[in-house]
Design a protein around this ligand. Structure first.
Ligand code: ZN
Length: 425
């Protein structure tokens, strides 16, 4: 089936395009952009008037839970959630059971993802068993299809080990995807250290745990030449550290997530375990600095840190519940509501941060709507108002703080390789 996306606002930062026009999708690629000859046979016409037509959104920070924790999420449910949220591709993080530390597991995930509702790119673990004692066989993992190496959820503490890992990454031209945190400062903290943690009587995680991790990793990027990608920036100091590192010429990119610009540590009041995440929700001051970082380009991209957990795991006392919140189906609405509508970033900047930059970082298809490019496309309505209802999520999990929240902006069609996946109403 070929597709004629008619009369939408095409926003394609990779090709400097922001204009009303048509797109013809044929045989899985973008065939024409601008004006399309109507009335061709075997073409499904989709009216995109009043909608934005953008290169498919790419989320590089998804805990797909495959292999080993399919009760939280699996390839079918995770990619369906992605498509529902407007994502045509995701990259899955390696802290699975077993971890993604061998080429065979990378290939297994790729096989499971054939025909799924979104593309799945694989980020390999940096160490065997996530133990940071023995490096993985990076060349083999790369041959098997891994697009990056990283340590999310289990940040490397040993700087010497990380230096070696980053030297190998640099040699193999793989980005290093880092969860920046000094665990000795985190201890058994469960939320951001501050006024709210004191009031709730919960153990705090000092902001310095993240800041020191970010600063050290930025130094190692400069020392090794390895491309460092900083995951989920949540503090104002981390924004400034990334800004300074970039000024010094460090090969570094950074992301934040919608929750860090739309919620604060006050979401933990009432001991809501869905608000427990790592890094923890911070303060209004941090939000403001993150917004500034997004606007001036210090923060290159926006990812979700989609971290599904079963209800019984979150329904425990705060200190014992696991860290993490889902995000694929609320990300676009949160970003438009909290960043685009208030004028923090433009729609074009949003598309850049949620599609073009992620594709560039991982060196994967997508992120661009030039003629001949793969037809990964998201059509969204930037003005559609809706209420978040976790009961209808495609994800297997429901751990979100946004149930009942009114948002503006929603994907209405997600096209992966020319295939129409999700079409609302
Ligand atoms: Zn993380």
């Amino acid at each position: 089936m070929n597709l004629h996306l008619a009369g939408g606002r095409i926003i394609d930062p990779a090709n400097n395009r922001d204009e009303i026009g048509d797109i013809l999708v044929q045989d899985g690629v973008v065939k024409q952009v601008g004006r399309v000859d109507a009335g061709q046979a075997d073409v499904k016409r989709i009216d995109c008037a009043g909608k934005v037509v953008a290169p498919g959104l790419i989320d590089i920070h998804v805990h797909l839970r495959v292999p080993g924790q399919e009760y939280k999420e699996d390839v079918a449910s995770g990619t369906a959630a992605a498509a529902a949220g407007g994502f045509t591709a995701i990259a899955c993080q390696p802290n699975t059971q077993p971890p993604i530390d061998r080429a065979g597991i990378v290939r297994q995930i790729a096989e499971l993802a054939v025909g799924a509702s979104a593309r799945v790119h694989v980020i390999a673990a940096v160490s065997i068993g996530l133990e940071h004692k023995e490096l993985v066989e990076m060349a083999e993992l790369k041959d098997a299809g891994a697009v990056a190496v990283g340590d999310d959820a289990f940040p490397v503490q040993d700087s010497g080990f990380l230096r070696r890992a980053m030297e190998y990454c640099h040699m193999l031209d793989l980005p290093y995807i880092a969860h920046c945190e000094d665990k000795s400062l985190t201890g058994d903290g469960v939320m951001s250290e501050g006024y709210v943690s004191t009031v709730l009587g919960l153990k705090g995680i000092p902001r310095w745990a993240e800041n020191i991790g970010t600063a050290r990793n930025a130094q190692l990027a400069m020392a090794t030449g390895c491309h460092l990608h900083v995951l989920h920036v949540s503090t104002k100091e981390s924004v400034e550290i990334v800004r300074q590192a970039k000024r010094l010429g460090a090969p570094i990119t950074a992301e934040t997530c919608p929750q860090y610009v739309s919620a604060t540590d006050e979401a933990c009041i009432g001991y809501n375990t869905n608000a427990k995440m790592s890094p923890p929700l911070r303060t209004k001051e941090d939000q403001d600095a993150i917004k500034e970082g997004l606007a001036d380009g210090t923060l290159d991209l926006i990812a979700t840190d989609h971290a599904p957990h079963a209800a019984h795991e979150k329904e425990r006392e705060f200190a014992l519940a696991p860290f993490g919140m889902i995000g694929l189906e609320t990300s676009l609405g949160l970003v438009i509501t909290h960043l685009v509508k208030p004028g923090v970033i433009t729609l074009a900047q949003m598309v850049d941060k949620m599609s073009t930059q992620p594709a560039r970082l991982l060196g994967v298809p997508g992120g661009s709507l030039g003629v001949g490019d793969v037809a990964d496309i998201t059509v969204f309505d930037p003005d559609l108002q809706w209420t978040v209802n976790p009961a209808v999520f495609k994800s297997k999990s429901r751990n979100t703080i946004y149930g009942g929240t009114e948002l503006t902006g929603k994907a209405v069609a997600t096209i992966v390789g020319g295939r129409l996946i999700e079409s609302a109403s």
